[in-house]
Design a protein around this ligand. Structure first.
Ligand SMILES: [Zn+2]
Length: 227
């Protein structure tokens, strides 16, 4: 714990003027552009990965980057999404899985869940991924199977997220886009789900290359002029 206390001391001491001014400005409010939902894994550090400033990312982490479907489970992540969409009005929500995920390994090998009844219950929300893989790639094992499971979990959680009324409404009027990403720890790269192609492909700079994980907005035309 001393390591953390000394780290905080250093953080305050070495802070740049730019960050000092930014924190002062942020003291009275936040307007993050993106909500980032990822795994609790200690190796996944969103602000570090994206060179993000304080106030940019509204981050929520849990075991397996899971979003339970609406009405099935009132959870911290669902409450945080509602807040992000309605109060903070984030423009993007990213669900980001990662390589070597302990939660995905447990889905692959349920014996790892022995003595962890809460984790086992929580991972029921990822059953969709386990089932998709078992039905469609029954022989896929090991690293390849884990990768496929991790991808399917992100796709499944995106679908769950779309069942939240506030998300569906914001997506329908074009004010919110949702994205499914996988961060590979060893390779330090990110792939993004492309719903049009039905696969994950490398994330490259340039917004025109951002894969679309969402259907097109149906109500982007202002209601008044559409009537
Ligand atoms: Zn994980």
């Amino acid at each position: 714990m001393e390591r953390l206390i000394q780290g905080f001391d250093r953080f305050r001491r070495d802070m740049s003027d730019e960050h000092r001014q930014l924190f002062a400005k942020l003291a009275s409010g936040q307007t993050p552009h993106t909500m980032f939902i990822t795994c609790a894994d200690s190796r996944v550090m969103p602000e570090l990965l994206f060179n993000a400033n304080p106030g940019e990312l509204f981050v929520y982490r849990n075991v397996g980057n899971i979003v339970p479907p609406y009405a099935q489970h009132v959870s911290g992540v669902v409450a945080a999404i509602e807040y992000a969409v309605t109060a903070l009005k984030v423009q993007h929500i990213v669900i980001c899985g990662h390589s070597d995920c302990g939660a995905m390994k447990a889905l692959q090998n349920p014996a790892l869940l022995k003595g962890k009844p809460s984790v086992e219950q929580w991972l029921k929300h990822a059953d969709v991924a386990r089932y998709v893989v078992a039905e469609n790639r029954p022989t896929m094992q090991g690293e390849e199977g884990l990768r496929y499971l991790t991808e399917e979990n992100v796709v499944g959680q995106l679908e769950h997220m779309r069942t939240l009324p506030v998300v569906a409404a914001a997506m329908a009027n074009g004010s919110l886009r949702i994205h499914g990403w996988i961060y590979d720890i060893a390779r330090t790269d990110i792939t993004a789900f492309d719903a049009t192609e039905g696969r994950f492909r490398p994330l490259v700079a340039g917004s025109s290359n951002l894969p679309d994980a969402t259907p097109h907005a149906r109500f982007s035309v202002p209601v008044a002029s559409a009537a």
